[in-house]
Design a protein around this ligand. Sequence first.
Ligand SMILES: Cc1cc2nc3c(=O)[nH]c(=O)nc-3n(C[C@H](O)[C@H](O)[C@H](O)COP(=O)(O)O)c2cc1C
Length: 337
Amino acid sequence: MPHVAAPLRIGPIELWPPMVLAPMSGVTNRTLRALYKPFGFGLTVTEFVSSNALQYGNRRTMEMIDQHGVEKPVATQLWGNDPALMAHAAKVVRECGADIVDINFGCPAPKVTKTEGGSACLRDVVHCEAIMRAVVAAVDCPVTVKMRLGWNEGTLVYEEVAKRAQAVGIAALTLHARTAKQFYKGNADWSHIAALKRAVEIPVIGNGDLSDPQGAMNRMRESGVDGIMLGRAILGNPWLAGQIRALMEGREPEATPPAAERLRFALHHYRTMVDEWGEARAVPQMRKHLGYYLKGFRGASELRERLMRTETAAETLGIVETTIERLERENDGMIAA
Ligand SMILES: Cc1cc2nc3c(=O)[nH]c(=O)nc-3n(C[C@H](O)[C@H](O)[C@H](O)COP(=O)(O)O)c2cc1C
């Protein structure tokens, strides 16, 4: 079967499939990226890392840029506002294994924008250019940018930033089609992603609200983008990446596995987190993830509540194991709708 999509080229790096796991702070740590990439992503990106914090090299920050065990290629994302600090940080993450350095011009969180980082950079496109130029000059690998449409509805600067990006040697752009002021409200407006694709020659990756295989393919075709990025919809459902990959390869996608099998994978994720991060750090993080894995399950809210109250990994694993046994005994798909 001929491929329906073409590989995504970021500088000299060719990615197949042209599908990126979105950077998500507090979520896409090394363990998750290592576990989710083989489901069908061509590229994964770290959580955003502060260029300021990287100067000091503390343990938590260095853990965030650790790419050990994650299938290549890998991108590391940086945020900050000072071109010299961003350039220094880019060198550090490159030395620590990043194949691609990504600049964050998208984060709308006040703790980031109050220091003029993330999406606040979009309030000054000339300064954006200075940051991009400094980072491109600092490293011998492709540099990409992930941005929003602009700071607010009245200042949609994405095309302006993209043209400056192209001029200074940025290798690809990802656009999350919301403004910073929107946070996650409303819908991502893919007409802007299509407009960006028409405005520049470098590859464009579309992002925002992709949640089902055929819908993602339609968005990709209609906007003409070179690649897509998936965030929230993949949490607890990495099988979605495989389904989209199948469509990109002209194959029939496999059905999402039954509930018991999904929970078995959740257990594997849980155990790997405990092994790699220790129980004290893994348990609170995995509460959130178990919630994602239970999305759409019949009786999920009661189970989620029980899991929220557990204190130890053994207790949590016991509850999930019993649930799996019950599902298998009753041959229950346990999907709500
Ligand atoms: C919990 C969470 C954390 C995020 N952290 C980052 C981040 O560190 N860097 C970044 O560029 N975007 C971050 N994002 C935004 C996502 O990468 C993505 O652009 C956004 O969720 C829209 O895509 P989606 O609709 O597929 O989720 C985050 C989103 C979520 C939900």
